[in-house]
Design a protein around this ligand. Structure first.
Ligand SMILES: Cc1cc2nc3c(=O)[nH]c(=O)nc-3n(C[C@H](O)[C@H](O)[C@H](O)COP(=O)(O)O)c2cc1C
Length: 187
């Protein structure tokens, strides 16, 4: 999802979606996700400029032909989407009392990814689209958003109504990458 209509979500819709995301499962029931709604237009513009710059750096890593194909892709809707939400994961939440993270502390971040997926499905059920923007430097975005030091950035999300609906991923339609059935190995 990168092609958004600019019209706003209905009043209360975003908070209702975030409340559904709060129902996601998490390690130790730690609920480590932290949502930051971006409302400042100047901050939005700086985020979009940062992602464009990182995207151009990424393009330069390809050979000329693939770089041209990459540059032709639209990879974020940061300027158009009516809502932007950054999602962080707290590294040592009080909730959960450390249950389940002694050997795999990354379970907290996986839990936050679960909350994002829950948010994503809840949004789609209402015809709302979500685009996950990952072409960014998390340290730079963390500094821009001035959040606590022990929050790590998991996602920058664009949220709004899609311009159009498709059953096939855009990257497949544009010949970049089709869906592959994952092989299952049994031992
Ligand atoms: C963790 C994650 C990060 C992603 N980052 C980006 C991104 O930076 N830009 C983008 O355009 N799409 C991004 N996507 C979307 C994927 O490209 C998209 O989900 C995939 O092409 C399949 O398309 P579909 O979601 O339409 O089925 C991301 C998806 C995930 C799950």
């Amino acid at each position: 999802m990168r092609h958004f209509r600019t019209d706003p979500l209905p009043a209360g819709a975003l908070n209702a979606l975030l409340a559904l995301a709060d129902l996601a499962p998490s390690v130790g029931n730690a609920q480590p996700w932290r949502f930051v709604r971006i409302v400042d237009a100047e901050l939005r513009a700086r985020l979009a400029a940062h992602v464009d710059a990182e995207s151009e750096r990424a393009a330069c890593r390809y050979d000329a032909e693939r770089a041209a194909a990459y540059r032709a892709l639209k990879l974020h809707g940061l300027r158009e989407a009516p809502e932007l939400v950054a999602v962080f994961s707290e590294a040592a939440p009080v909730a959960g009392h450390g249950l389940g993270i002694a050997t795999m502390p990354e379970m907290l971040r996986y839990s936050t990814a679960m909350a994002i997926h829950t948010l994503w499905l809840a949004a789609r059920a209402q015809g709302i689209g979500i685009g996950w923007v990952s072409i960014l430097d998390p340290i730079v975005v963390h500094a821009m958003l001035r959040v606590p030091a022990d929050w790590s950035l998991i996602a920058l999300l664009c949220i709004g109504y899609p311009e159009d609906e498709h059953d096939t991923p855009e990257l497949e339609r544009r010949g970049w990458q089709a869906r592959d059935a994952a092989p299952v190995e049994t031992r």
